[in-house]
Design a protein around this ligand. Structure first.
Ligand code: FCB
Length: 458
């Protein structure tokens, strides 16, 4: 089994969820419609026609869920606020019933000795703001900062950790380029503008939260991955994909400028008129931490020249690089079809350490979907335990190599609504029976409880 590994004292061990994936209660407490309600209710968008209408019913069962977190020994719980619960049409004073829900959740966590780690935006934009143009419009960044300021003012007396955005790449490019996420657009110019406005919204929200003087710890979560070429001929493609996925976000946030090569690659798609003087300074607001979501590495190939996507082509998430295809290497995969590659996490952490200014890092998501079966009240998810153990070991090695990694959140606490895949992909440490909403901790939950309690791996 190998030697015992201990993590640094005070290391955060958490689990993560997101509002639309677990809450349900979509028509309760005056909640407004989000782009995910509209999208999921559009025929043909979600496998099996699933929606988040009920999801895990966490809106009603949050006490039971916090009790499960306590069993798991979590020090932190990462969850998101549903913007349309707090601002049903995306503007104005906060909806008291929506705020009350999060306030009760926060109190329940604190009473259980678990630190709340709030994400302000995990993709559920109020539909009213989408109707006004959504993230491709600059005003949405200002609307987001206003919402962030109000939510932070209401909860920062008890919530120390604030994350502005979860995975702006996914929101911008799966939502507006490939169109497989809400709002389901296929417009690569709009996707590039959305990406910039998400970053701008982040920067504006950071300055609002700083101005409040609450001493909060504020940052952002990005989905990052090493990008490797499948063959020598794919080197430039790997540079382009790395630019869109990683550097498009890391460079403005941490270095203060958009990467010139990326702007060049997409110049014929979108131009850069939407990037105004001063925006990069706003986006470059100092971060207290960077959250990293890692699942697998990207290996890419192309049999073509760099190609701009045109309506009628196969959907693509890659502006200026619609020629890109993933190149599987034949490694074992999870139920998502994602290759299990813990070494990719190590390379990613070392790269951040090497290429960017020093900043505390947290893995804010890592985990795996497997085809779990509950038999006699047990779920023997050996593959998930192996996946987590391998990634924890890699994280431990990175810390030993000098990477300033402060915590780890498993995705996810519960099986939940996995976006376009619906309920078919189970990522939870805790199994959810979607007919009865019964929760059953899996073997991985017991494994994780040992990790959190011993602050290490046996
Ligand atoms: C990430 C999302 C999260 C979950 C995992 C599997 O991209 O942030 O909500 O769906 O993937």
């Amino acid at each position: 089994m190998g030697e015992q590994l201990r993590f640094p004292d005070g290391f955060a061990w958490g689990a993560a969820t997101a509002s639309y994936q677990v809450e349900g209660g979509v028509a309760e407490g005056g909640r407004g419609e989000s782009i995910w309600d509209r999208f999921a209710h559009t025929p043909g968008t979600i496998v099996g026609g699933d929606t988040g209408d009920v999801a895990c019913d966490h809106y009603h069962r949050y006490r039971e869920d916090v009790a499960l977190m306590r069993e798991l020994g979590l020090t932190h719980y990462r969850f998101s606020l549903a913007w349309p619960r707090l601002q049903p049409d995306g503007t104005g004073t906060l909806n008291p019933a929506g705020l009350d829900f999060y306030s009760r959740l926060v109190d329940e966590l604190l009473d259980s000795g678990i630190q709340p780690w709030v994400t302000l935006y995990h993709w559920d934009l109020p539909q009213a703001l989408e109707d006004a143009g959504g993230w491709p419009e600059r005003d949405t960044a200002h609307r987001f900062a206003d919402y962030a300021a109000r939510a932070h003012a209401a909860l920062s007396d008890r919530v120390q950790h604030w994350t502005t955005l979860n995975e702006p790449w996914v929101a911008a490019f799966l939502g507006h380029a490939e169109g497989v996420h809400a709002p389901g657009r296929r417009d690569h110019a709009a996707a590039m503008r959305a990406a910039h406005h998400l970053l701008l919204g982040h920067g504006l929200a950071m300055s609002e939260m700083r101005a409040a003087g609450a001493g909060s710890s504020c940052g952002i979560t990005l989905n990052l991955a090493p990008v490797d070429p499948a063959t020598e001929a794919d080197r430039d493609l790997a540079r382009r994909v790395d630019g869109l996925l990683n550097r498009q976000f890391l460079d403005p946030l941490l270095l203060g400028h958009h990467p010139a090569d990326v702007l060049d690659d997409v110049a014929d798609v979108t131009g850069s008129d939407h990037i105004r003087d001063g925006d990069e300074r706003i986006i470059n607001a100092p971060l207290d931490f960077l959250g990293i979501n890692y699942y697998t590495r990207q290996v890419v190939t192309s049999s073509d020249q760099p190609r701009i996507w045109r309506p009628g082509d196969e959907p693509s998430a890659w502006p200026g690089s619609a020629d890109m295809s993933p190149a599987p290497r034949g490694l074992p995969t999870t139920e998502m079809g994602w290759e299990v590659d813990p070494a990719g996490l190590g390379e990613l952490l070392e790269r951040l350490h090497r290429d960017y200014p020093a900043i505390p890092l947290y893995i804010t998501e890592n985990g795996a979907a497997y085809d779990d079966e509950r038999v006699d009240g047990q779920v023997h998810d050996r593959a998930r335990v192996d996946y987590l153990r391998a990634h924890f070991r890699t994280a431990h090695q990175a810390i030993a190599n000098g990477v300033d990694l402060r915590g780890y959140f498993v995705w996810s606490l519960l099986d939940n609504f996995e976006w376009a895949f619906g309920f078919g992909k189970r990522f939870g440490l805790v199994h959810v029976d979607y007919d009865t909403l019964t929760r059953t901790p899996k073997d991985s939950a017991r494994f994780y409880a040992e990790v959190t309690r011993s602050n290490g791996l046996a």
